[in-house]
Design a binder for this molecule. Structure first.
Ligand code: PRP
Length: 213
């Protein structure tokens, strides 16, 4: 019997685009298109089993081997440094990690900079390379509120279209790193299901014109 490849997809809009790529590459699983609340779908003929996972959890499923491969944002990979292989840059879900602040903000280097973020490790690394002393304020969402309410001086957050910043009278100051969706693999699975995973990567490269080669 064919060994199944277990694939963790990020739930949501990006995940649907990612599934389109897998489908185009020949790993379709029609039941996934049915609009229901199921989280696991499989197609034995193609040897694939898909899971819808919260985007920030994909790397955990893959690192621990609950999924053989998955698609995670580079932001999550940089923040949590999971012990996985990064196989492909899918070139989708593009955005950037940036520092932003209220319009007209001037950094007073005599004071500790208060940084609100969902990504404390990325923020700490960025400022430690500049030898800038900071105070991290870890939040879980609506980060843009922090400078407006003077909870922080700046934010470190994802900027995609820039609309959230603009609509809240904030402006980007610096880009920390560009972000995109990456295909990742569990290290043990990569060894034991190597032929299947390699074949899948090749088919995705052939069929997806956004993949960074
Ligand atoms: C992300 C990010 C920004 C917004 C950026 O938030 O944290 O708030 O998207 O997108 P834009 O530049 O296109 O406006 P998300 O929707 O994930 O919500 P949350 O962080 O507030 O939970």
């Amino acid at each position: 019997m064919k060994q199944m490849i277990n694939i963790a997809l990020p739930k949501g809009r990006l995940g649907e685009k990612v599934y389109d790529i897998f489908e185009k590459a020949g790993y379709d699983c029609p039941s996934i298109r049915e609009n229901n609340r199921k989280l696991i779908f499989e197609n034995e003929v193609n040897g694939v089993r898909y899971f819808w996972v919260k985007p920030s959890d994909v790397a955990i499923y893959v690192e621990r081997g609950a999924a053989d491969i998955g698609v995670a944002g580079k932001d999550i990979l940089l923040e949590y440094s999971p012990d996985v292989y990064e196989l492909l840059d899918l070139g989708m879900g593009k955005c950037r990690m940036a520092v932003a602040a209220e319009k007209g903000f001037r950094d007073n280097t005599a004071q500790t900079l208060r940084v609100a973020t969902k990504f404390p490790n990325i923020a700490k690394k960025f400022y430690s390379e500049k030898s800038r002393e900071i105070d991290i304020i870890k939040l879980n969402g609506s980060i843009e509120l922090a400078p407006i309410l003077h909870l922080s001086d700046v934010i470190v957050d994802i900027v995609e279209t820039g609309t959230t910043l603009r609509e809240n009278n904030l402006e980007p100051l610096e880009t920390i790193v560009p972000i995109s969706a990456r295909l990742i693999a569990n290290k043990v699975s990569y060894k034991f299901k190597n032929a299947q995973i390699t074949a899948l990567c090749e088919k995705i490269k052939l069929n997806c014109d956004t993949v960074v080669k």
